[in-house]
Design a protein around this ligand. Structure first.
Ligand SMILES: CC(C)(COP(=O)(O)OP(=O)(O)OC[C@H]1O[C@@H](n2cnc3c(N)ncnc32)[C@H](O)[C@@H]1OP(=O)(O)O)[C@@H](O)C(=O)NCCC(=O)NCCS
Length: 144
């Protein structure tokens, strides 16, 4: 039971986890495959005899931008997303990143609570970013 880097064989399970999540980015299997192949991207999975969740991040200069995090509905509330965020923070710090950043739909109260608890603060908003109606909340976490 642990966080590990994704392998090509995991892409179907990653896609399935994303598909089950209302607010996930819901990319195609090929999209996740392209990210896996990028040197500047990290795709980490929670593997517990099967993929229960994942986190995807891309490094841009000294910043690690979280593109997607999702946990399958039956496995939520067990700290899996928190563990994925912490594993990512460790990697980013080791790679010399100065901060982690993300944007989240203002309606996504579960994710907002998750990120706040994990030490992320609100640094801005993109007004009416989603469907020309709902704000994107910009958050980041400095890496000491
Ligand atoms: C958001 C999501 C990733 C959380 O995953 P998770 O593994 O259940 O999260 P954790 O168990 O690590 O929860 C950590 C904290 O987040 C907050 N949280 C998680 N789910 C919550 C919910 N449904 N309502 C309110 N707060 C919630 C709580 O503060 C929780 O701490 P607690 O258990 O001590 O109360 C999951 O609900 C999910 O996959 N959602 C759909 C995809 C998504 O929205 N991704 C984010 C895109 S920006």
């Amino acid at each position: 039971m642990s966080v590990r880097p994704a392998a090509p064989a995991d892409l179907g399970a990653v896609r399935a986890a994303a598909e089950a999540c209302a607010f996930s980015a819901r990319w195609s299997r090929e999209d996740y495959g392209r990210e896996l192949a990028r040197a500047e991207s990290w795709l980490l999975v929670w593997d517990e005899g099967g993929i229960k969740g994942f986190i995807l991040c891309r490094r841009v200069l000294d910043e690690a931008q979280i593109l997607d995090v999702a946990v399958r509905p039956p496995d939520r509330g067990r700290g899996i997303a928190t563990a994925l965020l912490e594993a990512l923070a460790r990697r980013a710090r080791q790679a010399g990143c100065a901060k982690l950043s993300l944007e989240v739909d203002e309606r996504n109260l579960a994710a907002l609570a998750l990120y706040r608890k994990a030490g992320y603060g609100v640094v801005g908003r993109r007004r009416k970013f989603y469907n020309n109606a709902f704000d994107a909340v910009l958050m980041d976490r400095p890496l000491g």
